[in-house]
Structure formats: C-alpha cells, structure tokens
Design a protein around this ligand. Structure first.
Ligand code: FMN
Ligand code: SF4
Ligand code: SF4
Length: 262
C-alpha cells in the first residue's frame, strides 16, 4: 500500500508535519513538494493513499495548492488533507473538498492542526516561543492520531463545521490584499540587507530579483511570506506592522529545505 503526501510550506510548519506523518505512517510512504509538480499540465496522483498538507491562507487554500488540485488526475482510493493554521482554519478544508468535488472526488478525511503563526501583514499573528513550543508538542500527539486513521483508511470526513457566514470572506480578503492593501507594492528592502540572496532562493514563485544590490518583487506573489520570514537580517518589511512583528519559521526546518521544495 503506497502513500504519497503532497506538501506546500512557506515557513516550514507544513514540512515539519509532513515529515512527522511520514514517520508515523511508516512503510511505503513518500513526501513530494507541490512546487516541483506545477510545471506539468496534469499531475498523476495514483498512490493508493494521497494526502495534501498545507497552511490555511486567507480562510482558503494557497493558490499553489489550488493549482495542484486542479491539475491532479487522482486515481487514489483514499484522499486526506491536513490544514495547518495559526488562529482558525475557517472553511479552508471544506473549500479544498469543493475543488475535489468538481472533479468527482472528495476527501475521506480532513484534519487541522494549530501551528506557528506567520501572518504579519495587517496584524501580528505570530506567537511567543513558549506558545509555539506548546503547539509543536500538541502537533506530535495529533499527528499520531491522524496517522492511525490514515493507516486504517477511515472515512471520518472533515473535522469541524462548515461556516456559512464565512462563505465569501476569502474572496474579499484576497481582493483586499491585492487591490486595496497592495501587498506586492509594499515590500521593501531595508539598509540591514547584506545581499545574501536567501529571499530570492526561498521564494516558491521565483518572484524576487536581486540586481545591483536592489531587490525587486514581481507580480507573481502568493503572500506565503517565505522571503520575509527567512531573511536572516529581518531586512524585508511590508507596510507598518512588519517592523514591529516577530519573524517565524519552524525550528526543525532549514533554509535549504525550503529551497529544495521547488
Ligand atoms: C497570507 C496568509 C494568510 C493566512 N491565513 C490564515 C488563516 O486564514 N487562518 C489561520 O489560522 N492562519 C492563517 N495564516 C497562518 C498560516 O496558515 C500558519 O502560520 C501556518 O502554520 C503556516 O504554515 P507554513 O509554515 O507551512 O507556511 C495565514 C498566513 C499568511 C501569510
Ligand atoms: S534575505 Fe535579507 S539580507 Fe539576504 S538578500 Fe534578502 S533581504 Fe537581503
Ligand atoms: S515574493 Fe515573498 S511572499 Fe511572495 S511568493 Fe515569493 S516568497 Fe512568498
């Protein structure tokens, strides 16, 4: 019985959970980064068990995960998803399930796990080291439960309830980040930058350029905030909140792990 877990991560939480799942499920299990597959027109997903691990994104699923689901030709007989969140997954997993339903498939199981926060654009939604440590301990416990369920291929459905009142919020949030808050225009490089190029290398969309000591951000940004959080000098800012906010990345994940996902 083969299991393949497809993951996307900005700050490492989804990769840490993926690795824990790989270990707990054991046997014939493989982890594949979604970013390595997106150049394909269609993506064959034919392991017996297929899973997706990703971060909640504006009450929805990140654009790269959505692109993956749209391109996936799924033959697997059991499908699961794990959504990592800081505050609440909202309808994220239900939205992912709707995409699958458009292809005549559905999730057999959908789980969510509270992890470190990385949203710092309009509010600082990161946590203290103590809070993160608690979450990382609870994550290991929850992953064990999830792995048991997956190994037995239990059809437990999606955790939590669909929130009708949250239905259209993600569209509004995406619109506001693009057109009102204008995230892309607000990125800036500070004098602390030492031109190391890490931000360029970790961007999953290859959206940053460093020429003549100057960083420029293109339009192909999915607000994963990898560039901002992985900068060793905290030399990337966006708007007024980020200069006062913490930087986050999962302690077990390295810059090279992030670069290797694309
Ligand atoms: C643009 C953006 C949107 C986010 N939206 C949500 C959200 O709707 N709900 C939530 O709880 N966390 C949200 N987060 C936080 C991440 O889902 C959370 O920090 C996750 O653990 C990050 O996982 P990663 O390290 O694999 O990227 C958001 C973060 C960003 C940057
Ligand atoms: S990661 Fe930080 S220090 Fe390195 S080039 Fe980018 S902004 Fe400059
Ligand atoms: S530019 Fe930064 S926030 Fe945008 S996709 Fe690249 S790493 Fe993520």
């Amino acid at each position: 019985m083969k299991t393949v877990i497809y993951y996307f991560t900005g700050t490492g939480n989804s990769l840490a959970v993926t690795r824990d799942l790989v270990q707990e499920i054991g046997g014939d299990v493989e982890a594949i980064p979604i970013m390595k597959l997106l150049h394909q027109e269609t993506i064959a997903v034919d392991a017996d068990i297929a899973g997706v691990v990703y971060p909640a994104w504006l009450h929805h699923i990140p654009p790269m995960v959505e692109e993956f689901i749209r391109k996936a030709l799924i033959k697997s007989t059991y499908i699961f998803a794990v959504c990592l969140f800081a505050v609440k997954p909202y309808n994220s997993i239900f939205n992912l399930n709707s995409l699958l339903e458009q292809k005549g498939r559905k999730l057999d199981a959908g789980f969510s796990i509270a992890m470190g926060g990385k949203y710092i654009l309009l509010k600082d939604l990161t946590f203290s080291e103590d809070e993160n440590s608690k979450r990382f301990v609870q994550e290991k416990v929850k992953v064990k439960e999830i792995a048991k369920c997956i190994k037995k291929r239990e059809s437990v459905g999606i955790e939590g309830q669909y929130d009708e009142s949250d239905k259209d919020i993600s569209e509004k949030l995406i619109y506001a980040h693009r057109n009102v808050y204008k995230v892309v225009e607000k990125f800036r490089q500070t004098d602390d930058c030492d031109m190391c190029g890490i931000c360029v290398d970790v961007c999953p969309r290859d959206n940053l350029k460093l020429t003549q000591n100057k960083l420029t951000w293109g339009e192909n940004c999915d607000y994963c905030l990898a560039c901002l959080h992985w900068c060793p000098k905290s030399a990337i800012q966006n708007g007024e909140i980020t200069p006062k906010s913490r930087r986050h990345h999962h302690p077990d994940i390295s810059i090279s792990d992030i670069i290797a996902q694309k």
